[in-house]
Structure formats: structure tokens, C-alpha cells
Design a protein around this ligand. Structure first.
Ligand code: ADP
Ligand code: MG
Ligand code: MG
Length: 899
């Protein structure tokens, strides 16, 4: 028989045909080929559905194809469809290319009519037959009625209440008959037609209804959310019914070939005696664990175990399976590669590779950075059912509980007393750094994923939620009003989930990440065997990633402990050390003194002393590995007092008849240096012409730290980079200035070679990369600023002001600060690489900036030919994993959605 593209029998299909047969149909055909006990059936294809949806009627040829396939089904089963002594019944099951659990309809027991129900009763008993009939009317009715199906549920609830039973399977035959009558009345009232009494008519209408369910509102919503194309359509599988509801020797189950939560290699599942279809998953009755099936039905159990092992070998992965036992005989009704927890993904991939079912490269391809990330931070043990009080952007993952405080000083003093605090601010600035460090979590009303709070919190591994819409922070009153009406006062306990962006009032139990602890400290013993296996699996896959990766992973760090942590996590150096971070908090006044000119030499000396100390620690922690130090790049306003604050103070003084000359001078300076647009103002390399001494100190400090460490027998590898360069002339001037300091010899008389690089973070720098390459040993792409300046969007407030609206209205698919904008910013990166290499073939190429820790962006940088990415220390392992995956997956998509 020649196969039609509209209808394919299970005997004629296989798993490669999922586009046409849908996932369920393709796997039913595959299992049929494998010789598994699958009931007979056929698939009406997605193409038939697409034609139906386009024309509003089933394709003309389909009726004859179905008639002939049904005739074959009757021959194969020896039964007659919906008639005779032993009526054949079928299920009509939706099944699209991509799994959409529960989104479309399935109708069981199609073919039952007022007369065939009698025949079925004669064969299997009245209770069984009428149980099937009420299920048919229920599912058929639900499919026809859509949202109005609640009326049918009410009929079932009434029947149960009337009989005093919890669940319709416990109804007597008489009550089941009454229920069917009642349900059919509802159906007639709501749709104008009764359950068709011609089985073929029932089948035809059921198939059309399942086609229609592709366009149900919930299915559309699900597809929009999951990014599944709208035009695929669903296949419809017509399957000979087997019955799990004939009595205690029958039942239905769902299971996995391994534990999908832990990855433990033992089949796992639930079974329910005397049950059909969804009973086992809808929670109406108590199921038993799969292991209990062994005692109930030993033969079927053994068969099932052997089929599960066979399926896993065949699919080379965890599978989930739906099965039914009818009077002791096992039937397999569905399989697919199963969903699993992030932990199970690692354990299963490593285990299958160890047993040589898959290669290590495949294992690496089967996990991803998002899964690893979720294993690395603390989580709330159980937040289900607990109401959250506000939600914002998930800016830095983790789970933290602490008392609310509303300013940095309170955070610091509470932390000094050993209390856990959550810093709640309208937004944060450099002044808040000590408070952020003292807190376990930061919550801001404004700001996006690249805002100050978000970047700093991620860098230091603090939980953070930004852009909590509608939250009004009243710092003076020490309280925050949430849109839900809840008011948070200083001292109130908050639970902050940085992974979901949700806030909870009160403490939630926390589960710390044992994986993070084990990766950061190999000597740390795992608390139990399950964790030990997980950690072993993660290590094994990371080792594979490292062996594959061409992209190196460096870290951003400003302190010795951060650098040490990064090294333990596998960082191959520091790609970005932000010198201005050494001057925040209580050291801020030093910069102000330099600017104001108030004991400038003393202040400079102090800044240099601090820098020598910090840089020595970092270089020592990264002994033998590169440490790229960026010259001072502060938005200057962050170091100066606020004009308005000072003006208010001065006015108060004046009205009290006092004059404070110091205050006047500070106000004047603040006014003189005030910039309307500081992020586009006096920053980066521009400082060199205005305040060169302030930049010099860090070069001198780096040279001194290097000499010191060399004298102590260390092998420091310092490099310098110049930020915010737009023009080669700027870089040339900076180089000349830097070199003067490099020529100063150390105690041994030797000078230190120090590569000098340039940050490419302005579009003009990317365009002038050919010239810049003459003057630079390496480029470091600062993709935060490059994104900000290419799009002309502020990274500090674009997310809260309009980006989320852009995304929800479909104007923008992804936040360009989160995931690199390949077509725009990415093209500038590629262009700069091309022009830079044209001048200097071996020019070093790095990326520092938030994108360096984003899985999708890492793949882009690997393709672009970058040498290294530099990300915050906690993201180093994620970047390592993705750097390896980038090579293994090549040009393929980063997420494999067919699995
Ligand atoms: P879903 O896609 O929502 O899982 P299914 O089409 O798999 O829907 O069917 C729903 C339930 O009915 C499942 O538990 C399935 O095992 C059961 N079922 C489907 N077809 C048959 C059949 N021919 N005989 C017995 N049970 C069936
Ligand atoms: Mg199913
Ligand atoms: Mg920058």
C-alpha cells in the first residue's frame, strides 16, 4: 500500500517522522517497530490538520483513508468498530511535533453507543462498560464545549456528592447510568447536539475537534510562551482501546526509565489499579509507587522493566512511558525522551557516557549553562503555595532571607552585629557598595539587569531583584510600599528569590547549594551519596568542556579573595580588574580630595598605597596567570557629593545665619564638575587629560606590586587596558603616559613587560579598530557600554522605562543587555576583530562585560574567534561549560528543543 501524507499506520512510521506524525505518533510507530506491546492504530498527520485549519474542512481524501485504516484495525483486532458482540473502541489522541502537555484534547472509548455499551457490558461487566461510557461523554463533551466544560464537571461532582463517594469510579452502575444521562443533557443544552450514536460519526467529529483544539486559547498561550510555531498543527492518533478499568487485575501507570529528579538509574513512577487514562496523574485517587507493581502483577512488571531498559538503550536517554495493564497483560501507550531536573540532566548524561551509551561530547551537548546555574545557588526549599508580595527582575540568582534596611549605613551596622539584612533602595549607586556587601540581598524599585545594583550584586554573589514595579521606597520613613498594599518596615523579615524575582514577606527555608560548595573547594566532602554523584557528574562534564574549549574563561575581580575564588572555580586569569572599585565606600572621599585639590598629593599617595596592596593580593592569587587591570573609569559624579544635597545644606546654614566656607567650596566644586550626562561625560581615558595624576597612580601601583611580588619569587603577569577610547590619538597619548611609568626599574634593576590593550566599547573604537591595533597588544570588548552606546539606550534605566514594554509588545525579542545583540552590537565586534587582525594578525581578543557570562552570548563570541571571556567569579564554571559546548555544538542551536 502506498503511504499517504495524510494518514500513516503505526506499522509504516518511525521516530524520524515526528514533523508529520507528531511526537506521540512517531514514537508509537517506533515502538511498534521495536516489537513492544503497543495497541494497533494509525496517525492522521499534521499535514491533514494544517489543511483542515487552512480550509475549515477535512481534506477530501481523508474520509476514505480513515475508513480503510479502520477496516484494517478491525481485521487486526478481530473486532467491529462500535458494534457486534465484541465492539472495537478507539482513543482519539492529539500529539504535536513538540510536546504540549495537557494543552490539547484526547478522547477515550470512542465508538461506544447506547447499543455497544450493552455489548461491552456483556463482555466486561456493567460497571466497567458504564464507567467507559461516562468517560467518553465527559471527554467528548469537554472537547466540544471548551471553556463551558465546567458544566460537565459539575454533573460528575453532583453524582459523587449524591452517592457520598469521593470519586466517580466508586459509583454504582445505576448512578453511572444516571450520570451519563445527565451529562448528555448538558451536552445537548450547551451544543445543541447529543453524543452521536453512529460510531463513525463520533470518530469523525472527535478527529475534527482534536484538530480544533490546536487553536484553543490555552494551546495558543502555551505556544507563545514556549516559542512553538503557530503553523505546525497537531497529528491525531487513533488507537485501539485497551482497558485499565476492568477490575483489580487492571490499571494504568506512568513511569520514567530513571528518577527524573535525581537521575538515579532506577525506574521510577506511579501506578493505579482499576484506572483508565489520566486517573493516575489527576490525583483523584491514591497511587502506589512503581515498585509496588511487582507484588501486584509480577509478570507484567518484569516485562515492563525489560521494555524500559530497551527503550532507554534505543533512545539513548531517559524516557517517560505511559502504560496500561488489562487483566494482567501489559500495554505500552506512549513514550518520549523525558523532562528532567537540572541535577538529573548532569547525572544522567555522565552516567550514559560512562556506560558508553553516548559519547562524552554528547553528554556535554545534553546539559547547559542555565541548568548548571540553577545548581549553583541556594534555593528556597518550598515556596509553592506561599504568596509572594512583589515581583521584579531576577537580577542576581540565589535565595536569601534577612531584615529589611533602607540605607547602606544601617546595613553595615546590622551586619556588624551579625544580622542578615536585605538592602531595599529606590536604586543604588557607588555609595551603596558597603551596604550591598554587608547585605545578603539587594532589592531596588528601579533599574534593570545591567543596573548598578544588578552588576555589583552578581559580581559579589549577592541575591538581587531590581525594577520592582510599583514599589515606593521611602528612605526617610524607613519603609517601602508594595503595589500589593503590603508595607515593609525596617526590621521586617523578607525572603528574596533572585532566580524568579519574587519577594516574600517572612522567612522561607533555604537549601544551600552543595554543588557550589564542592566546586569551590574540592576538599569539601559531599553531605551524601546523591550529592556526591551529582558533583562527580558535573566535574566529569566540566572536564570534557575544558578539553574541548578554545575560548578561555577569565574572571572579573577587584579583591584578592575574589581572585582566589575565581581561580578555584577554574578561571585562567583576571580579564577585568576595575580600579575604581578600590575607591568606593569609605575611600570615596579620597577621590573628592584629589578633585577639589584639598591635599592632593596626600590623597594620591593614599590611593596608590591602597592600590598596591589590593593589586598585590590579586596578582598573588593569580600567580602565573594574566591579570588585566583597567585604568580608572569612574563616572565622576559617583565620587562627588550631590549638588542638590549640598545646596539644601547651604540654604539651611544660610537661613540660620551661618556661613560654612568649607560647605561653600564643596558646593562650588560639585557644581563645577556636575555633568548632565555623566555616562557620556568625563570618564575613562578622558580623565587622563583633565586629571592625569589620578590615572597615573594605578599604573605606578601596578608596577610596584609587580616588582614586589617578583622580589618575593612570584610570577605576576600584569596587563593594562585603557577604557572608553574613541580615537587612536587618545590611545597613543595614554600609551606614552603609561610607558613612562613602566620604564621605572625594580630593585633587581629589571623593568616589567606589560602588554597594553584598549577597550573597544564605543562604536567609533570598533570602526577605528584597524588603527587602534597598531597601538594595542589586545582588544577587550566592553559589551555593556558597547550595547548602551550602539543602541543609545541607558543600561541603568532602559529596562524599567521602556524595554519591558518593548518586549511584551513584540518590538524586541531579547533584552540586548542580557544576551548579545548579534546583528547590531555583534556585527561591530566582528568588524573590529576583522580590522584589528588585518593590522595585527595575532592581536589578543577578549570580552569583559555582562555578556561574558551569558550562555547564548558565549557561543557567539566563540564563533567570532575571541580568545577569552571574562565574567564574574560565580559564573566562571557556567562559562567554562558553555565554552566547551560552543565547540561541540558548532553552529547548531544552543538549545535542543526536540528532546
Ligand atoms: P496526553 O497527551 O495528554 O498524555 P494521551 O493521548 O496520551 O494524552 O492520552 C491520555 C491518557 O489516556 C493517557 O494516560 C493514555 O495513556 C491513555 N490512553 C490513550 N489511548 C489509550 C488507549 N488506546 N487505551 C488505553 N488508554 C489510552
Ligand atoms: Mg500521554
Ligand atoms: Mg565600560
Amino acid at each position: 500500500m502506498t503511504a499517504s501524507p495524510l494518514l500513516v499506520r503505526f506499522d509504516d512510521g518511525d521516530r524520524t517522522m515526528a514533523d508529520l506524525l507528531g511526537g506521540k505518533g512517531a514514537n508509537l510507530a517506533e515502538m511498534t517497530r521495536m516489537g513492544l506491546p503497543v495497541p494497533h492504530g494509525f496517525t492522521i498527520t499534521t499535514q491533514a490538520c494544517r489543511e483542515y485549519l487552512a480550509k475549515g474542512q477535512v481534506p477530501a481524501e481523508l474520509a476514505a483513508l480513515v475508513t480503510s485504516a479502520m477496516a484494517d484495525l478491525e481485521t487486526a483486532t478481530g473486532q467491529t468498530f462500535g458494534a457486534g458482540d465484541d465492539p472495537l473502541l478507539v482513543s482519539v489522541r492529539s500529539g504535536a511535533r513538540f510536546s504540549m502537555p495537557g494543552m490539547m484534547d484526547t478522547i477515550l472509548n470512542v465508538g461506544l453507543t447506547d447499543s455497544s455499551v450493552q455489548a461491552l457490558a456483556a463482555r466486561g461487566g456493567e460497571r466497567f462498560a458504564w464507567d467507559c461510557y461516562r468517560r467518553l461523554v465527559q471527554m467528548y463533551g469537554r472537547t466540544m464545549l471548551g471553556a463551558e466544560a465546567a458544566h460537565l464537571d459539575a454533573a460528575v461532582a453532583d453524582a459523587c456528592a449524591g452517592a457520598g463517594v469521593a470519586d466517580p469510579t466508586a459509583l454504582s452502575v445505576g448512578r453511572l447510568m444516571d450520570l451519563v444521562t445527565h451529562q448528555r443533557q448538558v451536552l445537548k443544552e450547551q451544543t445543541g447536539h447529543d453524543l452521536p450514536q453512529d460510531p463513525h460519526d463520533q470518530l469523525r467529529r472527535s478527529v475534527e475537534a482534536v484538530f480544533e483544539s490546536w487553536n484553543s486559547p490555552r494551546a495558543r498561550l502555551y505556544r507563545a510562551h514556549e516559542g512553538i510555531p503557530e503553523d505546525l498543527g497537531t497529528a491525531v492518533n487513533v488507537v485501539q482501546m485497551v482497558y485499565g478499568n476492568t477490575g483489580p487485575r487492571s490499571g494504568s501507570g506512568v513511569c520514567f526509565t530513571r528518577d527524573p529528579a535525581t537521575g538515579s538509574p532506577v525506574p521510577y513512577g506511579d501506578y493505579l489499579q482499576n484506572a483508565q487514562g489520566e486517573d493516575v496523574v489527576n490525583g483523584s485517587r491514591q497511587t502506589v509507587p512503581l515498585a509496588a507493581l511487582e507484588a501486584l502483577e509480577p509478570t507484567a512488571f518484569d516485562q515492563l522493566m525489560s521494555h524500559l531498559a530497551g527503550l532507554e538503550r534505543h533512545y539513548r536517554d531517559l524516557c517517560d512511558v505511559e502504560f496500561t495493564i488489562e487483566d494482567g497483560a501489559l500495554w505500552i501507550l506512549q513514550t518520549r525522551v523525558g523532562k528532567r531536573s537540572p541535577a538529573a540532566a548532569f547525572v544522567i548524561a555522565a552516567d550514559l557516557a560512562r556506560h558508553e551509551v553516548i559519547t562524552m561530547d554528547e553528554a556535554l551537548a545534553r546539559v547547559d549553562g542555565h541548568q548548571l546555574e540553577s545548581l549553583l545557588h541556594d534555593q528556597f526549599d518550598d515556596q509553592d503555595g506561599l504568596p509572594w508580595v512583589a515581583a521584579g527582575l531576577p537580577a542576581s540568582p540565589g535565595a536569601s532571607v534577612g531584615e529589611a534596611v533602607f540605607d547602606s549605613d544601617s546595613a553595615v551596622s546590622a551586619a556588624a552585629e551579625g544580622r542578615a539584612v536585605v538592602l531595599v533602595r529606590a536604586e543604588t549607586s557607588a555609595e551603596d557598595l558597603p551596604g550591598i556587601l554587608a547585605s545578603c540581598a539587594v532589592v531596588t524599585a528601579r533599574g534593570g539587569l545591567a543596573s548598578h545594583a544588578a552588576v555589583v550584586a552578581r559580581g559579589f554573589g549577592r541575591t538581587c531583584v531590581t525594577g520592582v514595579e510599583g514599589m515606593a521606597v521611602d528612605e526617610a520613613a524607613r519603609q517601602a510600599h508594595l503595589p500589593s498594599g503590603v508595607v515593609i518596615h525596617q526590621g521586617d523579615v523578607l525572603s528574596v528569590d533572585g532566580t524568579t524575582g519574587k519577594l516574600y514577606a517572612g522567612p522561607l527555608p533555604i537549601r544551600p547549594s552543595s554543588v557550589a560548595a564542592a566546586l569551590a573547594d574540592p576538599s569539601d566532602e559531599a553531605p551524601d551519596a546523591v550529592v556526591a554523584r551529582l558533583v562527580g557528574s558535573v566535574r566529569q562534564i566540566l572536564a570534557q568542556a575544558d578539553s574541548r574549549a578554545r575560548l578561555k574563561v577569565l574572571a572579573n575581580a577587584e579583591t584578592g579573595p575574589q581572585a582566589a575564588q575565581a581561580r578555584r572555580l577554574g578561571a585562567q586569569g583576571i580579564g577585568l580588574c576595575r580600579t575604581e572599585h578600590m575607591l568606593l565606600g569609605s575611600r570615596r572621599h579620597l577621590v573628592e580630595r584629589v578633585i577639589v585639590g584639598d591635599d592632593r598629593p596626600g590623597a594620591l599617595l593614599e590611593i596608590e598605597r591602597i592600590a598596591v596592596d589590593e593589586l598585590t593580593q590579586i596578582l598573588r592569587a593569580m600567580d602565573g596567570l594574566p591579570v588585566v587591570v583597567r585604568l580608572l573609569d569612574p563616572p565622576l559624579h559617583e565620587f562627588l557629593p550631590d549638588c542638590e544635597d549640598l545646596a539644601v545644606q547651604a540654604a539651611l546654614e544660610a537661613s540660620a545665619g551661618r556661613v560654612d566656607p568649607g560647605l561653600r567650596a564643596r558646593l562650588e566644586t560639585a557644581r563645577r564638575w556636575h555633568q548632565v550626562n555623566p555616562m557620556l561625560g568625563l570618564r575613562g581615558v578622558r580623565l587622563l587629560t583633565v586629571l592625569p595624576e589620578l590615572v597615573d597612580v594605578h599604573v605606578r601601583a601596578l608596577v610596584a606590586a609587580t616588582h614586589g611580588l617578583r622580589a618575593d619569587g612570584f610570577d605576576p603577569r600584569p596587563e593594562i587596558m585603557v577604557p572608553l577610547v574613541a580615537d587612536p590619538a587618545e590611545l597613543a597619548a595614554a600609551r606614552t603616559r603609561i610607558r613612562q611609568h613602566l620604564e621605572v626599574p625594580g630593585a633587581s634593576g629589571a623593568t616589567v613587560p606589560m602588554p597594553i590593550g584598549v577597550m573597544v566599547e564605543l562604536p567609533r573604537a570598533a570602526l577605528r579598530a584597524g588603527e587602534l591595533a597598531r597601538l594595542a597588544d589586545f582588544f577587550s570588548f566592553g559589551t555593556n557600554d558597547l550595547t548602551q552606546t550602539t543602541w543609545g539606550m541607558s543600561r541603568d534605566d532602559a529596562q524599567t522605562s521602556f524595554l519591558s514594554a518593548y518586549r511584551s509588545s513584540g518590538l524586541l525579542e531579547r533584552d540586548p543587555f542580557e544576551s548579545i545583540d548579534e546583528e547590531g552590537v555583534g556585527e561591530l565586534v566582528q568588524l573590529a576583530i576583522e580590522r584589528g587582525r588585518h593590522t595585527k594578525a595575532d592581536i589578543g581578543l577578549g570580552v569583559c562585560g555582562e555578556h561574558a557570562g551569558d550562555p547564548g552570548s558565549i557561543h557567539f563570541f566563540a564563533r567570532a574567534g575571541v580568545d577569552y571571556v571574562s565574567c564574574s567569579p560565580p559564573r566562571v564554571v557556567i562559562a567554562r561549560l558553555e565554552a566547551g559546548r560552543a565547540e561541540v555544538l558548532g553552529g547548531r542551536a544552543t538549545t535542543d528543543d526536540t528532546r
